[in-house]
Design a protein around this ligand. Structure first.
Ligand SMILES: [Zn+2]
Length: 411
């Protein structure tokens, strides 16, 4: 691998420090070798040099809530008239797009078989580092039960290809399902702890799983050295999840102050998902939003911004997740644009870099520009602190480096 010198940038380190202008970054063997003033870091021909005058260099973005495998409408894994080849190509397309948009590490929040993540590691497909959850676990009639009311057929996964939601009831079944996902390569376990917007048989404020069932998933995750993320829209569901030891609360749409204080005290995370809510609300027909879902969507949309503020005031860690669905998932950086309205541009950037890295237990490898870290770097044409909207359109991200490899260069 050739060394790489990125010169004359304004640097945003991902840790929340003030941007620094006139900086250069030297990349060696896939890692960040030296960060400093342009004059000090070295000159070509020591390394392949890219002059980035006028650009901002940031850590590669991260997304804690992707669904690369949910290429069909309504979070089903694939549509009836598709086949597994179409499905697989659709998922790979989503994986490619995320990297080209500047996302270098993501956590799949369910639906993508871990085999895709291994295919990226092996260099067979181009994509971000993927932390897969495999099949999410849902109770019968919960958010992950996509069957019609009178359809009792099982939801079938094809291990190695398709990770449909596992419908499990009772402590022993949850335990077995968690073990199975870990065996297949899940790096954390996803559970559905409340009703959802796009599911037709549950109310938003229904609870998914008993605390004992959730605890079984947490015990198994901990035994494997990892943790559980839980889909929860409401405070009662978040409290159940926290009682069980869940670490990552997804959506966290209707968060009251006492619950936010508990999140902070326990060192847990909330991962609001603002972009998907806006997308679904903008074009409900195209996104397949039923009348029932539209009602639930409005409730969530009205309250999620307040919940983000409540989390911030309580000092809770706030991760960044887009939750976008379907085919050709693009515009992922829009999550930061929405987040910036609540946390400011730097707050949105820190959330999508170093905070997510802590959530992923990768804080010593990714999420900041620091010597010894993975060389996951993006250049933005302009200054995202002045204009965060730049990150909403990947055309403004002309350079993407992952693990020291230039994977996009449109300079
Ligand atoms: Zn989701």
């Amino acid at each position: 691998m050739t060394d790489l010198l990125l010169q004359n940038v304004t640097l945003i380190d991902g840790a929340g420090s003030d941007p620094q202008s006139g900086m250069s970054v030297l990349v060696k063997d896939g890692a960040i070798a030296h960060v400093g003033p342009a004059s000090e870091v070295g000159q070509p021909p020591v390394a392949d040099a890219i002059d980035l005058t006028g650009h901002t260099l940031m850590p590669g973005l991260t997304d804690a809530h992707v669904h690369f495998g949910l290429v069909g409408v309504n979070a089903g894994s694939y549509d009836d008239d598709d086949n597994l080849v179409t499905y697989t190509l659709g998922a790979i397309d989503n994986i490619n797009i995320a990297l080209q948009e500047g996302f270098t590490t993501v956590r799949d929040a369910g639906g993508l078989d871990p085999a895709f993540s291994r295919a990226v590691e092996q260099g067979l497909i181009s994509g971000p580092r993927i932390l897969p959850s495999g099949s999410p676990l849902s109770q019968t009639g919960g958010h992950g039960d996509h069957r019609g009311r009178y359809d009792n057929s099982p939801q079938v996964s094809i291990p190695g290809v398709l990770a449909a939601t596992a419908l499990v009831d009772g402590v022993d079944s949850v335990r077995a399902a968690a073990r199975q996902q870990l065996r297949l390569g899940a790096t954390q376990i996803k559970v559905m702890a409340s009703g959802g917007v796009m599911s037709q048989m549950d109310k938003l404020d229904s609870l998914g799983f008993s605390v004992a069932e959730l605890r079984a998933a947490v015990d198994e995750a901990r035994a494997a050295g990892t943790y559980v993320l839980a889909h929860c829209h409401t405070s009662p569901s978040m409290n159940n999840a926290l009682d069980a030891g869940v670490r990552s609360l997804e959506h966290a749409s209707i968060l009251d102050e006492p619950t936010a204080a508990r999140v902070a005290e326990l060192g847990a995370f909330v991962v609001p998902t603002l972009l998907v809510i806006e997308r679904l609300a903008e074009s409900p027909e195209a996104e397949g939003v039923s009348h029932y879902s539209a009602m639930k969507l409005e409730q969530v949309r009205g309250l999620m911004p307040d919940s983000v503020r409540t989390a911030r005031e309580a000092g809770a860690a706030i991760g960044s997740g887009s939750d976008i669905l379907g085919e050709r998932q693009s515009g992922r950086g829009g999550e930061l644009v929405h987040k910036a309205r609540l946390l400011g541009p730097m707050g949105a950037i820190v959330s999508a870099t170093s905070t997510n890295a802590r959530l992923f237990n990768l804080e010593d490898r990714v999420g900041v520009i620091r010597e010894g870290y993975e060389a996951d770097l993006i250049a933005v044409a302009g200054d995202p602190i002045v204009d965060i909207e730049l990150l909403g359109d990947a055309a403004n991200v002309p350079l993407v480096v992952k693990g020291g490899q230039v994977v996009k260069n449109a300079l």
